[in-house]
Design a protein around this ligand. Structure first.
Ligand SMILES: C[S@@+](CC[C@H](N)C(=O)[O-])C[C@H]1O[C@@H](n2cnc3c(N)ncnc32)[C@H](O)[C@@H]1O
Length: 212
């Protein structure tokens, strides 16, 4: 299986062309994220992909550093016309460790990323260390349904090992919502808001606070 950055470099153009599966769920997520950001906040987005979310959040007045380890994703983000107009949004190619070292931050965003990490616990601990006391991690992550779930989800799960062997899907570890939230708490965060946008399979939105 190819490494994660190589995978995402290869699939950057296809990812950029992809339509959001559920626009209403995406807008609901953005609206909840906006509720937690204030003008002047120092915000880090990890795994920003082609920068859509960072650019949509430019109107919050937060200063957003958006990072991704796939340089092809960052090149697509920087080439967007909105990127030229968003003075407070900057894009950077690099690993999570390099991004985190630029803290402290008021908020760290991680959308559609946590299931892709090699070591979730270590990254959550690093994010905790990079936040100021009272700072927030805001994440959204596809999770395993506790029961049921759409047929398409189960079909894709069944095909995942083959797709990964063929280089058509990244390495990932899907967890149940309870396991993901336990990892967030274990890293020292207090969960202050959750939601599923959408419900099935749960794309779990979690806002968690570093006590301070
Ligand atoms: C599924 S995409 C999500 C992109 C964007 N956040 C979104 O919600 O559309 C995952 C992104 O995370 C990036 N990524 C995965 N693992 C990473 C890591 N260890 N360090 C930095 N970026 C990573 C990938 O390159 C890819 O662009």
């Amino acid at each position: 299986m190819i490494g994660s950055a190589a995978f995402w470099n290869r699939h950057a153009t296809g990812y950029a062309a992809r339509n959001f599966g559920n626009p209403a769920a995406y807008e609901a997520t953005l609206s909840r994220v906006r509720a937690h950001l204030s003008p002047g906040d120092n915000v880090l987005e990890l795994g920003c992909g082609t920068g859509t979310t960072a650019l949509r959040l430019a109107d919050t007045g937060a200063r957003i550093e958006a990072w991704d380890h796939a340089s092809a994703m960052i090149a697509l983000a920087q080439a967007k016309p909105e990127a030229a107009a968003a003075a407070d949004v900057t894009f950077h190619a690099g690993e999570i460790e390099a991004a985190i070292a630029r803290g402290p931050f008021d908020a760290v965003l991680a959308f559609n990323l946590l299931h892709l990490l090699d070591d979730l616990d270590a990254t959550l601990a690093d994010i905790h260390g990079a936040l100021r006391p009272g700072g927030l991690i805001l994440s959204k992550t596809i999770c395993k349904p506790d029961r049921g779930g759409p047929v398409l989800y189960h079909l894709l799960r069944a095909c995942l090992p083959l797709l990964q062997r063929l280089g058509k899907a990244p390495a990932m570890r899907l967890r149940r919502v309870s396991a993901l939230e336990a990892a967030v708490r274990h890293a020292g965060f207090e969960i202050i808001e959750t939601g599923n946008y959408p419900d099935a399979p749960p794309r779990r939105f979690i806002v968690a606070r570093k006590p301070g």
